[in-house]
Write a protein that binds this ligand. Sequence first.
Ligand SMILES: [Mg+2]
Length: 418
Amino acid sequence: MSILRRFILHSDLNNFYASVECRLNPRLAKNAVIVVGDVEKRHGVVLAKNYIAKSCGVKTGDTVIEAENKCRDIAILSKVPARLWLYQRVSKIVKSIYLKYTDNVESFGIDEAWLDVSANAKSYAEAMELAEMIRQEVKETLGLTVSIGVSYNKIFAKLGSDLKKPDAITMITRGNFRERVWPLPANALLYVGHATEKRLTKMNIKTIGDLATTDVKTLQRVFGIMGTRLWEFANGLDNSPVQRWGDKDETKSIGNSVTCPKDLTNMDDVNTVIYTLAECVAMRLKREAMYCKEIQITIKNNRLESYERQCKLPYPTDTSKDIAESAIKLFVASNGLAEPVRALGIRLKDFSTDMQLSLLSDHTSITKQETLDKTIDKIRDKYGCYAIGRGNTLLDAELGDINPQAELHIIHPQYYRF
Ligand SMILES: [Mg+2]
C-alpha cells in the first residue's frame, strides 16, 4: 500500500446514545434529552445529551441535578436511563454499513471508527463521494447522523470529524491542512493530554500550527520521543495503518503498562502507578461499554524478570477504583516489592455487557465512584488519554499545574506506542 495516496475516513456518530433514544421515541426529540448512567440515583451522571440539552449548557459528566438546574425555565428535560446493550447492537449495525465500503474498519469506542478507503478511492473527490454515501446510508438505515473527516492520515481524519457536526463531512488535505488544522488549539490534537497542554502553553505553544513550526529538537528536549510524535502529528506525518476489521473487533482484553523512569520501592509510588493505569484501562473499558470480571497484573523487577498474577473480580465492574484496589491486592499478595519494580501493567479480561450481578453489592458507592470516573473521563475525552493524572492532579488547579512525577503518568495509548 502506498503511503502517498491514502484516503482515510473517521466517522463519528453524533450524540450517539441520545440520538438512539430519540430515534426510538421521537416524542423525546423536542425536549432536552439526557442519557443517564443510573437515573434512580441522584448521583447519576449525564453520559450523553442531545443538542437541545447541550444548548442549555448541559455537559457530559454533569450530575442529573446540575442538568436539571441548567435546563430549568428553558426546556423540558427528559431523563433516559442508559441502555448500553442497545447502543452496542446499533453500533454493530453501523459497523456493518462501514464494512460494505472497506474491510479496513477500526473501531475507536462504541461510536467512532476509522475506515481506510484507499482501495476504492483514487482521489479526494472519490473519497468524499464514499463519505457522502456512508453518511446517507447510516441516516436512511438507522435515522442517525454522523460527522466524517476525510484525510490522508488517521490523526487529521479524526480532527476533521470534530470540525463540523452534526451530519457533516470535512476534508483535510495536504494542501489545506495549514489553513484548517493549524489555527486549532493544540489540545484538539488526539493524544495531547491535559498535562501536555499545560507544558505546551508554558512554552507559548498554543495552536497546532505553533506546535508544527516549533523546532522539533526543542520539543524532543521537553517531551522526549513524544515530542517528536506530536510534531509529526501537527505536520500531518502519521503513517499508522487502519486495522482490519476483526483484528480488534472482539476485544478480549484491555491492557496498559508503564515502564517507570525510576524503580518503585514503596507502596505510595506503586499505588500512584496502579491508580493511573487503572484509570486508563477503565476509560477504555467504558469506551467499549463493557464490564470486566477478571484482572491481571504484570510486575517487572529491576533485573527485568517479569511475572503475572490474576484474579476474578467479585462482580463485573468498569470503575477505576475497583480495578485499582484489586490490582493493589494482587500486588501485595504476590509480594511485589520484594525487589525494586521497573514496570507495571494491568490487563482486564472476561468482559460482559451488563453489571447485573453488582446489584448484590454496594451499589451506592459504585455509583459514586462511577461519577468520579465519568468526570475524569469527561476531561480525558476532551484532552485525550495521553497524559493522565490521578483525579486530584487533574481536578485540583493547584496540584494540577506542576506534577513532579509527571513522567510516571505517561501512559502509552493504544494506537500510537512511543
Ligand atoms: Mg460521537
